[in-house]
Design a protein around this ligand. Structure first.
Ligand SMILES: [Cu+2]
Length: 353
């Protein structure tokens, strides 16, 4: 019945249809809370020092490991060409359609070095008046461990991912629900954005969402058939290279990597293409409809199935842990219905070169 049952369950980002009111509320398929307050758009309070400005750019330049520098618009030109997509790694989830390994050829394209930040999304909203789907539904998913007791208690929780709470009034400007704000999150990835919100931002920015093939090629950073954007070892030399969960999921997050929730979009060293956080931090929407059946032969510029019910998400998030989902590998994939919004799901843009 629910669309979520038609594909492997999302590891740590539940779908809109699993949310509050999915079964019995008058809100229908979207499950809009009848009592969900419509958040009023208040002023965006952003700490610009933590934003995408010169300080962040300077910080980026000091880091090593990136093969390419981003242009003034924050994007990197990638040459495209042939790469091996997918994995047959035994660590992978075959049921997710991670395999088979198949040759894919891509034309050159530009991709944002970082996920779209709250600061950039605020500029988009200020310019267009865009109202996000989370605002229209009146709620979004927030990780239970971040919520004060009064919001956590009694919150609707999806059956299979009960560490999520459907929180009335959670949206991108108040990512932990009413009373929260962006404060020093200006340079962090925007979250609580649906596929359509992400696509609208990309159009405004003169681009589009990456195809899944473009995303994976970019994430691999020029390495062939490695497990992570930097190689095969999760923490080379004991160093954390991405923002995922440490400790015991979902009850104890030791935040050894430095972050309990989102990290700044340019945290950690970039991959060989100069791209940040292609593993961990937030899931990223891709353009493609979801399928687990891939043609094994060579493909050029694949765009996925012509129709579907869920859209591809890639990269994993700060909630991913080996014990549960292990989807922060470059070949890992999952999906969600396009109207779904959570506190660990964002996006980045590409442009045709
Ligand atoms: Cu995960």
């Amino acid at each position: 019945m629910s669309e979520a049952e038609q594909h492997p369950p999302s590891c740590c980002a539940p779908g809109r249809a699993e949310g509050p009111g999915a079964g019995d509320a008058p809100g229908g398929r979207g499950g809009r809370l009848a009592h969900g307050p419509a958040p009023s758009p208040g002023p965006v309070l952003l700490d610009t020092a933590a934003g995408d400005g010169e300080a962040a750019a300077g910080g980026r330049a000091e880091r090593s490991g990136g093969g390419r520098a981003a242009d003034a618009d924050g994007s990197v030109l990638l040459p495209g060409g042939r790469f091996l997509m997918g994995t047959d790694d035994t660590e992978g989830f075959a049921a997710d359609g991670e395999g088979p390994v198949r040759p894919v050829t891509l034309r050159p394209f530009r991709i944002d070095a970082c996920a779209v930040t709250n600061e950039r999304f605020a500029a988009f909203v200020a310019d267009t008046g865009h109202v996000t789907e989370a605002e229209r539904f009146g709620w979004s998913y927030v990780f239970a461990g971040f919520l004060p007791t009064h919001l956590r208690r009694g919150a609707a929780r999806p059956e299979h991912t009960p560490w999520w709470c459907g929180v009335p009034g959670a949206w991108w400007r108040e990512p932990l629900g009413p009373g929260s704000g962006l404060n020093d999150l200006g340079g962090h990835p925007v979250v609580h954005v649906s596929w359509a919100d992400a696509a609208a931002y990309c159009r405004w920015a003169g681009g589009r969402l990456p195809t899944e093939a473009e995303w994976e090629y970019a994430a691999r950073g020029g390495l062939e058939q490695r497990r992570y954007p930097w190689g095969d070892e999760l923490t080379p030399g004991g160093e954390h290279r991405c923002n995922i969960w440490q400790g015991r999921f979902p009850t104890r997050n030791t935040a050894e990597d430095g972050y309990e929730g989102t990290a700044p979009a340019d945290a950690f060293a970039p991959n060989g293409f100069g791209l940040y956080n292609m593993a961990g931090n937030v899931w990223e929407w891709c353009a493609d409809w979801w399928t687990t059946a891939h043609p094994a032969g060579p493909r050029a510029n694949p765009t996925g199935p012509g129709r579907g019910t869920s859209r591809v998400m890639r990269g994993g998030s700060y909630l991913c842990h080996h014990s549960y989902c292990n989807r922060y590998r470059v070949a890992a994939r999952t999906s969600n219905t396009p109207d779904s919004t959570t506190g660990n799901l964002g996006f980045r843009c590409v442009r045709d070169a």
